[in-house]
Design a protein around this ligand. Sequence first.
Ligand SMILES: NC(=O)c1ccc[n+]([C@@H]2O[C@H](COP(=O)([O-])OP(=O)(O)OC[C@H]3O[C@@H](n4cnc5c(N)ncnc54)[C@H](OP(=O)(O)O)[C@@H]3O)[C@@H](O)[C@H]2O)c1
Length: 278
Amino acid sequence: MTLTPSTITLNSGAVLPRIGLGTWPLTGADAERAVASGIEVGYRHLDTAAAYGNEKAVGAAVNRSGVARSEMFVTSKIQGKDEDSRDVRGGLERSLTELDLEYLDLYLIHWPRPRLGRYVETFTAMLDLVDEGLIRSVGVSNFKPAHLERLISETGQVPAVNQIQLNTTLARLQTRECHARHGIVTGAWSPLGSDGTLLREPIVVALAEKYGRTPAQIALRWHVQQDIVAVPRSVDPKRQAQNLDVFGFALEPAEIDELTGLDRGEAAAHDADLEERT
Ligand SMILES: NC(=O)c1ccc[n+]([C@@H]2O[C@H](COP(=O)([O-])OP(=O)(O)OC[C@H]3O[C@@H](n4cnc5c(N)ncnc54)[C@H](OP(=O)(O)O)[C@@H]3O)[C@@H](O)[C@H]2O)c1
C-alpha cells in the first residue's frame, strides 16, 4: 500500500497539510464554531478569503485554540476591490487585522479577472509583502494555464499554489499538467462537489463499501493520492474528523483512473461565469 504523507512542501519551502478546512460560506458564530471544532479534531490548515467576510471568526478560533501560530497554516485571498484600487498592501493589512494575526502562510489572488488585466501587477506587489514577512507564500486561485504562463513569463516567479474548483467530476487534467510542469501545487475547492451529488456516484459508493470508508473519504483520497491539496468544508465535527482521516488507506491506480472517469469536463466548471463577475 502506498501511504501518502499528510503534508506537501511548496516551492517556497513551506509545508502545507494536504487536507485543510474550507470556511465559505460560513460567517460569524457558525464559522467560529466550525473552525474551533476543526482545530480541535486536528486541522492545522484553514482556508478563508477577504470576500468570505469570515476572517474575524476564523482568526478568533485560531487565537482561542491554544495551538501555536507556527503549527497553523492560514490561507486568505485578496478580493477584487483591493485590486481595483491597486491596494494590495491595504487588502492584506485589513485581512491581518480581521484575523488578528501577524502574517499569512499563503496569500492568493482570488480570481484572475483577465478583463481587468492586473494579476501580474498584483502578484508582484504580493511578492514584496513576502520580503517584509507579512506573507510566507504567494499563490493564485482560479487561474487557467494561459494566465499561469503569462504570470510566470512576465515575473520570472512561480506561484506556490493554484487553488481551483476540482473534484472527480471536474478533473482539470490540462491545468494539473501545467502545474506539474512548473512545480505549482494544485489546490482543490469544492473537493466533495459541494452539493452531495458526487458522493452518491455509484463508483464512489462502491469503493467506500470496498474499503470500509465513507464516500467523502474516497473522494478526498482521490485528491491526496495525486498530490492535490483539498479544503473540504464541514460544520459537523464527526465529518470534519472523517475528512481528515484519509491517510491510512490507498486506492489502486486503476480505481484512481475510474474515479477520474467521472470527469464531465471543463463545461461543468463555474469559473467561466465567475471569472467575469468577480
Ligand atoms: N478559491 C475559490 O474561488 C473558492 C470557491 C469556493 C470555495 N472555496 C473554498 O473551498 C471550500 C470547500 O468548497 P465547498 O464548501 O464549496 O464544498 P465541499 O467542501 O466540496 O462540500 C461541502 C459540503 O459537503 C458536506 N460534507 C462535508 N463533509 C462531508 C462528509 N464527510 N460526508 C457528507 N457530506 C459532507 C458539507 O455539509 P456539512 O457541513 O453539513 O458537513 C457541505 O454541505 C470552501 O469552504 C472554501 O473555503 C474556494
